[in-house]
Design a protein around this ligand. Structure first.
Ligand code: IPD
Length: 269
């Protein structure tokens, strides 16, 4: 994609992430309908409303582009693809916990090119562009390297993997000397790694709409991520590990995520 086409999408992305964040903030303060899609897997009226707003704005500007959204599934085809999570941290949203965000990524010819995450209750807009850095509002983000014994690693959970696999992951990460948290938004978890607030994020299965924008931010902020899109990560999801570069070896060994990348990187060096 030529640079001015990407410039136009970057501007539209930032504007729509802000607008969608504002709509999510408004809906957060109103009574809304909440349902369960699966075990501890929530959907609210707000998810649909925010996704429809995002798609309508982007479709009006870029009618040829394709969309993959958490609520609406896939539409359109082609090399320009928007990947949308209207509300990431839906369980938090449903329980009136303000830790949620809107997450939108843009891929050009299979390559992750743009990402934006709006956390409206914190007045935060995170954004990244391939090769051009990652920003929180107007400030450049950098990952924070730490000794593993001082590291904070977020370990995401969903019922898509067995409970035993999650508790074992916690045990293995704690055995490194790091501590863990689970705050309930994978997208914000990754943005926090990019901003050096935490040092790593790992989850044994997560969907592309929860992760792509944040993964680009971590990379652009100097961090390391596994090859999330390997296999059919885009449509089926995958395991994710993102961290400060100094923690990669310890966290790959503890979590088992990213071992394939490690082998490939060794073969290429
Ligand atoms: C979930 C959140 C959660 C993560 C789950 C996701 P949703 O997305 O990102 O933190 O652990 O894997 O499904 O349902 O809030 O959009």
């Amino acid at each position: 994609m030529i640079s001015n086409e990407l410039d136009a999408r970057e501007q539209a992305l930032i504007a729509v992430a802000r607008e969608a964040g504002e709509l999510a903030r408004e809906l957060f303060s109103k009574p809304i309908e909440v349902k369960l899609k699966g075990k501890q897997d929530y959907i609210t009226e707000a998810d649909g409303q925010v996704e429809r707003l995002i798609i309508s704005r982007l479709q009006a500007r870029f009618p040829q582009d394709a969309f993959l959204g958490e609520e609406g599934g896939a539409s359109g085809e082609g090399d320009a693809l928007w990947v949308i999570d209207p509300i990431d941290g839906t369980a938090n949203f449903a329980h009136r916990i303000p830790h949620f965000c809107v997450s939108i990524a843009f891929m050009s010819a299979g390559e992750l090119a743009l990402g934006a995450i709006a956390a409206p209750m914190y007045n935060e807009l995170y954004r990244a562009r391939l090769g051009k850095g990652a920003f929180l509002n107007d400030r450049v983000m950098r990952v924070a390297d730490a000794n593993i014994k001082q590291a904070v690693v977020e370990l995401g959970w969903s019922s898509r993997r067995p409970t035993r696999a999650y508790t074992s992951l916690i045990e293995r990460v704690l055995a490194t000397g790091a501590t863990f948290l689970r705050a309930g938004s994978g997208a914000l978890g990754l943005a926090y790694v990019a901003d050096g607030r935490t040092h790593g994020y790992c989850e044994l299965h997560i969907n592309s709409w929860d992760t792509l924008a944040g993964l680009l931010m971590v990379r652009e902020a100097g961090g390391w991520t596994n090859d999330f899109l390997a296999g059919d990560g885009l449509r089926r999801g995958n395991a994710v590990l993102a961290c400060a570069p100094g923690l990669k070896e310890a966290l790959v060994a503890a979590t088992g995520v990213g071992q394939a990348n490690e082998k490939l990187e060794r073969r290429m060096s």
